[in-house]
Design a protein around this ligand. Structure first.
Ligand code: FMN
Length: 142
């Protein structure tokens, strides 16, 4: 059975954004294919938003690890649902840099022109991710 999980978090204060993102993507590419996990990791210099899709057990187990990861804090679950089909099946872990997000795109889903997923609904966060996918802002398809 397939599920989709979406959460947001904040980069740990002392962490270097570029090197943390690079090491997360390396871990994702090493682990996700064999566990049937697909998804998207969106990040700015301060926040993460990640959608994970896959079997319920695999997604729940990975999320449990992610919750314990000290490279980020304030992990908040925004959305969890059983799904009939994946939305991001083409990505082992696609990546979008939210620092480069168009303000008009952001304002369509957010009350302020600053990305703050902790203040966004799960529905709007997913809609934002879909728009990133539709506008080819997500890289790293494999
Ligand atoms: C924001 C964020 C996203 C992550 N996404 C993934 C992922 O998609 N796949 C993965 O294997 N690890 C991911 N990790 C890393 C895991 O938290 C964990 O460090 C990794 O799975 C290795 O765990 P292990 O050493 O216990 O096997 C992520 C970490 C963070 C902070």
């Amino acid at each position: 059975m397939l599920v989709r999980l979406l959460y947001a978090s904040r980069l740990a204060a002392e962490a270097n954004p570029a090197s943390v993102v690079a090491s997360i993507l390396q871990q994702s590419h090493a682990h996700n294919p064999s566990h049937g996990i697909t998804g998207i990791l969106c990040h700015s210099d301060h926040v993460f938003m990640q959608v994970l899709e896959g079997g319920r057990e695999a997604v729940n187990a990975l999320y449990a690890k992610i919750l314990r990861d000290t490279r980020h804090t304030d992990v908040v679950l925004l959305h969890y649902e059983e799904i009939n089909e994946r939305r991001y099946s083409g990505w082992t872990m696609g990546q979008a840099n939210l620092a480069k997000l168009n303000v008009a795109t952001l304002l369509r889903y957010s009350d302020l022109p600053v990305l703050n997923p902790h203040a966004m609904s799960g529905k709007n966060s997913l809609a934002l991710m879909d728009e990133l996918m539709a506008t080819a802002a997500i890289i790293g398809r494999s």
